[in-house]
Each structure stands twice: as structure tokens, then as C-alpha cells.
Design a protein around this ligand. Sequence first.
Ligand code: BTN
Length: 179
Amino acid sequence: MEIKFYSKLNSTNQKAKELAKTGAKAWTIIVAETQKIGRGQQKKFWFSPKGGLYFSIILKPQKISDLEKITLNSAKCVANILKKKFRLNPEIKWPNDVLINNKKIAGILVENVIGKDIKVCICGIGLNTNIKKFPKELKKTATSIMIETKRQINNEQILNTILKELQKKLLNYEFKKRN
Ligand code: BTN
């Protein structure tokens, strides 16, 4: 597993796609401190100020078929960690949202890149960790671990925990460590 850190990207999913096309290995992780055009499902925008956790994982499954399986496993991983580490009570809004009291705390965007010589899956996760305040239009629908727990979160630590759990889950089935 290789983790690449960037201070600013347009979108970690976009960067992961570019790197995958130029030969990046499976389980390369792209992390950005902020994203200029973080993207969500249905071309929505993902609010990505400094403080939050934004990353994408390059996966190379044997079969490109089950985007939903990856999405749901990622959502479950994030939800488990919120429960175990922060004693929060998350709910998964199937398949890609993690909510606390009906407010979104994390979102997952899984995309396939399929070309002549390439078959890759990009799993992008946005987790609202140290976000103190949301803009007006998101206030009613979004929350963060900091808002919920009043604690400062160590992004690197939580990233490592998520990656470990996710690797366990995904390697269990068709996601062998293929390069
Ligand atoms: C959603 O809830 O609609 C999915 C949100 C996914 C956001 C993450 S942040 C890291 C990665 N890079 C992106 O541009 N999007 C995903």
C-alpha cells in the first residue's frame, strides 16, 4: 500500500484515475488536504475545506462488476469506525451515505475506469472530520465528527484505521492484491 499526500487537488478521484492510467499499482491511496472540485454522486459538489479527510483508493478487482459492493463495504467500514472509535450512532443510507441524526457525515463515490488495457476501480471517500462549520446551504444536511463529539480528530490515524479495515473486507473476496 502506498499513500500519496497532496495539499490541494481538484479531486482525489480524478487524480487517482490519472495515476491509474499511467500505471499506479492497486492499493495506491491518494489523499488531499483540500479539493477544489470534490465530486459526489450525480455530479454534485463535495464540500472539501481543510480539516476534512478526502481520499481515493485505486483498486484492481478481478472482475469489474460490483460498484455497489465496494461502495457498501466502504460505507460499513466508515460507519463501524464512527461507532467504535467515537461512540457515534451512524446509519447507512444505502448505498453510499453515512449519516448521523439524518445529517451526512461521509460520502462514497466509486467509479470504474475501463479502457483497452486498463480495468480499474476508484473508491473515493469523503469524511467530515475537523469541520467546524458548514455553509448555510449545507447546515441542515451535513455534520462532522468535530461537531458531534467536540473533539479534534487525527486525520492520519483515522485514515489508517479505515484503510486497514477496508483492506481486510475487500481482500476477503475478489479484490486480490493484483498489480
Ligand atoms: C456523495 O456523497 O455523493 C459522494 C461523495 C464522495 C466525496 C469523495 S471526497 C474524496 C473523493 N474525491 C472526490 O472528488 N469525491 C470523493
